[in-house]
Write a protein that binds this ligand. Structure first.
Ligand code: PGA
Length: 251
């Protein structure tokens, strides 16, 4: 059985005080939630304090990115995965489409960052997803497969235990256009098929595949009812504790 994961990606929103306030507001709302893992991903500057204030709760904290480098060094502006672990995070979101689109991330950098994350014992939430033109010409599955294989290149069986895949069709992110549950299921099933072919059936059956892109309280249930959708990566609707808690407690 795959335990669902509901993760909130706060992107570049919330000053420190706001991040702590939202995290603390969320805490009691999910205190009795055990049907899924709950993760929030604030900006770097809020990670330490949010981790401290959530200690002992059932909310885990993720960073939104990390350096591709494993060793500390002269890399101005970068944050190494062990520094993220050091402040109390357990997960890192890697290869979000906004990083690919605006900051030049490639399948290769996503692969290196995934390896850096795993090297330090953290769980990687690896994002993949096609752009609208890919889907329009019928290339969506092919594009997603290339991203998936690129991200996972060279990973071992034990590495795969700390991989969560987030399928986020770029045309659905922040647009209010969610993929139809059946449409998402089709892609999730295709992703699991690629995992079966490349990693074996046991791993493919165990890896959680999250859906992301305009997930809201009113569509989460239909998405979660799909057999290969194991959770959600939520952007906009995770910024408000009440709304995010409704998504988390979708059951
Ligand atoms: P959205 O963002 O829920 O606002 O569409 C999802 C994401 O970017 O992870």
């Amino acid at each position: 059985m795959r335990k669902p994961v509901i993760a909130g990606n706060w992107k570049m929103y919330k000053l420190l005080g706001e991040a702590v306030e939202t995290a603390l507001a969320l805490k009691p709302l999910v205190a009795n939630t055990n049907h899924c893992e709950v993760i929030i991903a604030p900006v770097f500057t809020a990670l330490k304090m949010v981790c401290d204030r959530l200690e002992g709760s059932n909310i885990k904290v993720a960073a939104q990115d990390c350096a591709a480098e494993i060793k500390h060094g002269a890399f101005t502006g970068e944050v190494c995965a062990d520094m993220i672990k050091d402040v109390g995070c357990s997960h890192i979101i890697i290869g979000h489409s906004e990083r690919r689109e605006f900051y030049g991330e490639t399948d290769r950098t996503v692969n290196l960052k995934t390896k850096a994350c795993l090297h330090y014992g953290l769980t990687a939430i690896v994002c993949i997803g096609e752009m609208l033109p890919d889907r329009e010409v019928g290339n969506a599955e092919k594009v997603v497969k290339i991203q998936l294989l690129g991200a996972l290149d060279g990973l071992t069986v034990s590495d795969m235990e700390r991989i969560i895949i987030a399928y986020e069709p770029v045309w659905a992110i922040g647009t209010g256009k969610t993929a139809m549950p059946e449409q998402a299921q089709e892609m999730h099933s295709s992703i699991r098929q690629v995992l079966t072919e490349t990693q074996g059936k046991n791993i493919a059956e165990a890896v959680r595949i999250l859906y992301g892109g305009s997930v809201k309280p009113d569509n989460v249930k239909d998405l979660m009812n799909q057999p290969d959708i194991d959770g959600a990566l939520v952007g906009g609707a995770s910024l408000d504790a009440q709304i995010f808690a409704q998504i988390i407690n979708y059951k």
